[in-house]
Design a protein around this ligand. Structure first.
Ligand code: SF4
Length: 372
């Protein structure tokens, strides 16, 4: 095993072997057919933590609706969020629009062409900046996204935790060393990402098909399944949540989560975490009283939804509620509305709330809304 990254030990020819493999065959993807930095930037952001097959439809719809940086910068934020609904990691969407507005203000609407300027935009880190500048402007910058990290950890058989800053710095050096040989950096960078996505897979690397197998130190000694090394994570916490769909005069109450927080800018039904000793109904009553200052009667369960976020999991129970009394004074929302059920699909909801909404709409469309 190698105790440190040692790029100079690598045989020459890695970049050429990888690029030749990519040239011979690769997936046709719409963002590979363009040098428009806006379209490339959009794809890079959408692809963070998200699979290609999920991104494709969102990418096409988004570009059709907002074909330019200017169009995105000027769009109503709620409309942009609605287009992103279901793609997750919503801070990406908010940062994308903020960055578009900054490009309009500081760069006359033209995507900047230096690493420093691109990294200064909201939501763009070093690897994403390098990818955009390489693919749009033909510059030569190393990458270190999740796929590239995995490939490098195996090529150099890195036996240390790849989440440590010192190891990340060594991996950046390794990435730069591998790229330095390349005469076609835009193809090489596509190739190393493609290798990670299609051959050097997380669980089952397809080493027999790998174009750089002869360079791979982990494959050489049989440690590829143990790379990359990641320190064991603490058990993911789980929260039980109860929310109320509050009815009043054939309308339901929705509120918008504050910008900057988890799921910021998305709409939701009010509610919160169950506390020790509470029934779910108690939780709904308490949360609605605390958050909105009103009293409701809790009715039937609409549905129960399980959902996993990055750092925790939830089980969400949604109940019909009937408004009873009190002056509505939402405390934790940046906006709120009473809307008829057929207006609900206009708003962007997080995944778990969306499931509640769909169940409720199906009920509502087949029956009269339930009164409590
Ligand atoms: S030989 Fe296997 S582990 Fe090494 S880079 Fe190729 S697919 Fe990954």
């Amino acid at each position: 095993m190698h105790s440190q990254v040692n790029p100079p030990c690598l045989k020459t020819g890695f970049a050429q072997a990888l690029t030749d493999w990519y040239k011979a065959d690769h997936r046709e993807l719409p963002w590979r057919d363009t040098t428009d930095p806006y379209a490339i930037w959009l794809s890079e952001i959408m692809l963070q933590q998200t699979q290609v097959k999920t991104v494709l439809d969102y990418y096409r719809r988004f570009l059709a609706q907002y074909p330019t940086i200017q169009a995105l910068a000027q769009a109503p934020p709620d409309d942009v969020m609605k287009l992103w609904e279901g793609l997750g990691y919503y801070a990406r969407c908010r940062n994308l629009q903020k960055a578009a507005q900054q490009i309009m203000e500081k760069h006359n609407g033209i995507f900047p062409n230096t690493l420093e300027e691109v990294e200064a935009l909201p939501g763009i880190g070093r690897s994403t900046a390098g990818a955009i500048l390489t693919f749009a402007y033909g510059q030569k910058h190393p990458l270190l996204d999740g796929n590239v990290k995995r490939v490098i950890s195996r090529i150099f058989d890195i036996d240390q935790d790849v989440q440590q800053t010192a190891v990340i710095n060594q991996m950046w050096q390794a990435s730069e060393t591998l790229l330095s040989e390349s005469e076609e950096p835009h193809l090489y960078n596509q190739a190393i990402m493609e290798l990670g996505a299609t051959v050097c897979l997380p669980q089952n690397p397809r080493c027999l098909l790998c174009p750089v197998k002869s360079f791979c130190q982990a494959c050489d000694v049989g440690t590829q399944h143990d790379r990359p090394v990641k320190a064991a994570k603490a058990k993911t916490p789980h929260h039980t949540i109860a929310v109320g769909v509050i009815w009043k005069d054939n309308q339901v109450f929705i509120q918008q989560r504050p910008e900057g927080g988890l799921l910021g800018g998305l709409w939701e039904f009010p509610g919160g975490k169950q506390e020790a000793g509470e029934t779910l109904t108690d939780t709904v009553l308490r949360e609605i009283e605390e958050e909105l200052g009103i009293n409701v009667q809790v009715g039937e369960l609409i549905t129960t939804v399980k959902h996993a976020y990055t750092h925790f999991k939830i089980t969400l129970h949604a109940y019909h509620c009937q408004y009873i009394s009190g002056d509505l004074q939402p405390k934790a929302a940046q906006a709120w509305r009473w809307v008829t059920p057929d207006e609900l699909p206009q708003y962007a909801f997080p995944k778990a709330n969306k499931t509640v909404l769909e169940k409720m709409l199906t009920e509502w469309q087949t029956n009269q809304p339930q009164s409590v």
